[in-house]
Design a protein around this ligand. Structure first.
Ligand code: SF4
Length: 275
């Protein structure tokens, strides 16, 4: 089928995954422009039939720019483009003054695209089994929950950890797959019944393949844009939250209570509800 429109999102993994709400709604005939490192992921999104990277010649079709950055505006200059509304200022005010959260990311994407946001799955589903997946890593230290190994010991069934660069040590201690690329990461999700993760790209990737997820939210909150999944979001009602848009290197309060205060027992109970 010829390409009828192109969706644009350069990065990062979680954001590319969330464009699945739009690509799935569009269906066949969708092209996708992204960075080379996310081309493999974009090619798997339901509806996407061709992936382009910067520098490729694009067909003369309408473009939905879900990046809306200086780079995307430059690359798409002279084209017929609709763009997602950015809420950077609103999100900064939210962190600084604890104002009301903005719209969910998938809603902003869908509004720009002129479609209803399709519910997950947005990627081919994986075979279900009895393995509990854990995603202990996070790019920012304040997003890392401290009790992953305790959860692995407490869970009365098979456990597998998934991680990215920098997560090798903890993934090895729990047992799992690290730094494997999308194909192997998705393959490692086969046989799972659910995933526990922080507010990271792997959380959204697991939800996108149809797995129930338990999200552990600390310096960010489940209402701040990215959470849109039919699972359980665990978080504490602390006045300091959210203290950051993306997480940070250290807790400004010094105690990291937002994640230190989410006990293993609470996660196990949430998982029990997903069985
Ligand atoms: S405890 Fe509060 S200040 Fe510290 S990282 Fe968590 S949300 Fe931020």
């Amino acid at each position: 089928m010829p390409i009828e429109r192109i969706v644009v999102r350069f990065s990062s993994m979680g954001d590319v995954v969330l464009t699945g709400a739009v690509c799935t709604a569009f269906g066949a005939g969708t092209g996708f422009l992204t960075l080379p490192r996310y081309a493999d992921l974009a090619a798997r999104l339901i509806g996407v039939e061709q992936v382009f990277v910067p520098g490729d010649a694009l067909p003369d079709v309408p473009i939905v720019d879900l990046q809306n950055s200086v780079r995307s505006r430059w690359l798409l200059r002279g084209r017929s483009v609709v763009r997602v509304e950015r809420q950077d200022l609103r999100r900064r005010l939210r962190v600084a003054f604890k104002t009301a959260p903005g719209d969910r990311v998938v809603e902003r994407y869908a509004r720009a695209a002129g479609v209803g946001a399709a519910p997950a799955p947005w990627l081919p589903t994986v075979a279900r089994g009895d393995v509990l997946l854990l995603a202990p890593g996070a790019a920012h230290a304040t997003k890392r929950w401290p009790y992953w190994e305790a959860l692995a010991r407490a869970w009365p069934g098979p456990v597998r950890a998934l991680g990215g660069p920098g997560d090798e040590a903890i993934v090895e201690r729990i047992g799992g797959v690290c730094e494997a690329g999308f194909a192997k990461t998705l393959d490692a999700m086969n046989g799972a019944f659910a995933m526990v993760a922080g507010d990271t790209g792997l959380l959204h990737l697991a939800a996108a393949v149809g797995l129930p997820v338990v999200g552990l939210f600390g310096p960010t909150t489940s209402t701040d844009g990215f959470w849109c999944h039919g699972g359980v979001a665990l978080e504490l009602p602390l006045a300091c939250r959210p203290c950051s848009r993306f997480g940070g290197a250290r807790c400004p309060m010094g105690d990291h209570l937002c994640l230190q205060g989410i006990e293993v027992e609470r996660v196990v109970a949430a998982l029990g509800g997903l069985r």
